[in-house]
Write a protein that binds this ligand. Structure first.
Ligand code: UGA
Length: 435
């Protein structure tokens, strides 16, 4: 099967590479000539574990290629995926669909023979219909269907998520389109991965509902963490105690500094706009957005309090990205926390295993080559992202490097008892402060 993937951002690149691994012939298209030139040299512009290898192996096998010419790829394709960006539109939180509609116009001009056009970008309900209208208007007699196929990949584990998804969601209006998508996902279909075939609108909403629900779960446990701190309970035990109930489930119940990234903040906002336009408010999600936003600033206050004021102090910050195993800084809690600490007079020495380069573009921060370099001579350390390498720091060495043994751990990667024993003052989230 021949596939054209429009957009070589995160979703397009991972999906294109993994679909070629399924045996399809995939051309990934992007307007950015420099990026395509790099990809053709085997250089992958984002950090995602395992992606380099999948790209290299399939490019070598001749199944995966990169090009700027959309029309050649689309005219030969059985399925064309739209995986371009849908950023929040400036000012109102609506998803900006100009890239999606622009791609639809270009696809329309290039269609040749029956083709299924698939929106993979996260798009508001009703977008598939609009894409169909755009194409129909430009090419009234073209043979095509427009389907929705949202992705549920997590940054940092996207390759695994693609190979072994919990489910695939396909919104399609015709049997012909459904059959093409069944063929696209054939290896997974044979593996008995559940495929939810539904209408386009339902499929589009499933994506937003899933992300909003997960964001709600995180926000719920974050508020429970605040309550735990007040009443002397332990949020990790609360999470375990409720998560063992199969109806609740233990995942996405890690309290922390608030959710960030390229998806939850943008998608919850876009869902709110859709719900307001439809006059069907989703008040829970409204609250989730507000609570999460204020949480990041409150985390800075928590740090300031733990340090007894930060004016003139040096703080070692471990982790800047919104989560581990990515270099993505979009909506990372560090973007709120670090400037607030700096505004209060702190000097920040940060270390992030993969994010320093991206972080430098959005934060004015001194970065170090490793955790211990950041710690040397600092007044205390703050853990903002739970990279694995921070889980097993040599605590004696850490203590020796810091002016005072103070750790603020906003990801709860250490145990209070262990930290007390190691002689630290240890402040975490939703658990008792020790030392
Ligand atoms: C999220 C979803 O998990 C994916 O299913 C979805 O495909 C993707 O958005 C998307 O729409 O493209 P991602 O943004 O990569 O994936 O990251 P998550 O692992 O979901 O984490 C999001 C944020 O929530 C991070 O800031 C993370 O630190 C935070 N989080 C997550 C918590 O604070 N606690 C948790 O228990 C889990």
């Amino acid at each position: 099967m021949r596939i054209a993937m429009i957009g070589t951002g995160y979703v397009g690149l991972v999906s294109g590479a993994c679909l070629s691994e399924f045996g399809h012939e995939v051309v990934c298209i992007d307007k950015d000539q420099a990026k395509i030139a790099e990809l053709n040299k085997g250089r992958v512009p984002i950090f995602e574990p395992g992606l380099d290898e999948v790209v290299a192996a399939n490019a070598r096998a001749g199944r995966l290629s990169f090009a700027c010419d959309l029309s050649a790829a689309v005219s030969q394709a059985d399925a064309v995926f739209i995986a371009v960006g849908t950023p929040s539109r400036r000012g109102d939180g609506h998803a900006d669909l100009s890239f999606v509609f622009g791609a639809a116009e270009e696809i329309a001009r290039a269609l040749d023979g029956y083709t299924v056009v698939v929106t993979k970008s996260t798009v508001p309900v009703g977008t598939g219909r609009k894409v169909e209208d755009i194409i129909r208007k430009l090419r009234p007699t073209a043979e095509f269907d427009v389907a929705s196929n949202p992705e549920f990949l997590r940054e940092g584990s996207a390759i695994e998520d693609f190979r072994r998804p919990d489910r695939i969601v396909v919104g399609a209006e015709t049997e012909r389109a459904r059959n093409v998508l069944k063929e696209v996902y054939r290896p997974l279909y044979l593996n008995e991965t559940p495929i939810v075939f539904t209408s386009r609108e339902t499929s589009e909403l499933i994506k937003y509902a899933a992300n909003a629900f997960l964001a709600t779960k995180i926000t719920f446990i974050n508020e429970m963490a605040d309550l735990c701190e007040k009443v002397g309970a332990d949020v990790q035990e609360v999470a375990r105690g409720i998560g063992l109930d199969g109806r609740i489930g233990g995942k996405f119940l890690h309290a922390g500094p608030g959710f960030g990234g390229s998806c939850f903040p943008k998608d919850t906002l876009a869902l709110l706009k859709t719900s307001q336009d439809a006059n069907a408010p989703v008040r829970i999600v409204e609250t989730v957005v507000a609570v999460n936003e204020s949480r990041k600033a409150r985390m800075a206050e928590k740090i300031i309090e733990a340090f007894g004021g930060v004016k003139g102090k040096t703080i070692a910050v471990l982790g800047l990205t919104f989560k581990p195993n990515t270099d993505d800084m979009r909506d990372a809690p560090s973007l709120v926390i670090v400037p607030k600490l700096q505004a209060e007079g702190a000097r920040i020495r940060a270390y992030d295993p993969e994010g320093a380069h991206e972080a430098k573009k959005v934060l004015e921060v001194e970065t170090c080559e490793d955790a211990y370099e950041a710690l040397a001579g600092a007044d205390g350390v703050v853990i903002l992202t739970e990279w694995n390498e921070f889980r097993a720091l040599d605590l004696e060495r850490v203590k020796g490097l810091l002016k005072k043994p103070l750790m603020v751990d906003l990801r709860n990667i250490y145990r209070p008892a262990q930290m007390a024993e190691a002689g630290f003052t240890y402040v975490s989230v939703g658990r008792a402060t020790v030392g």
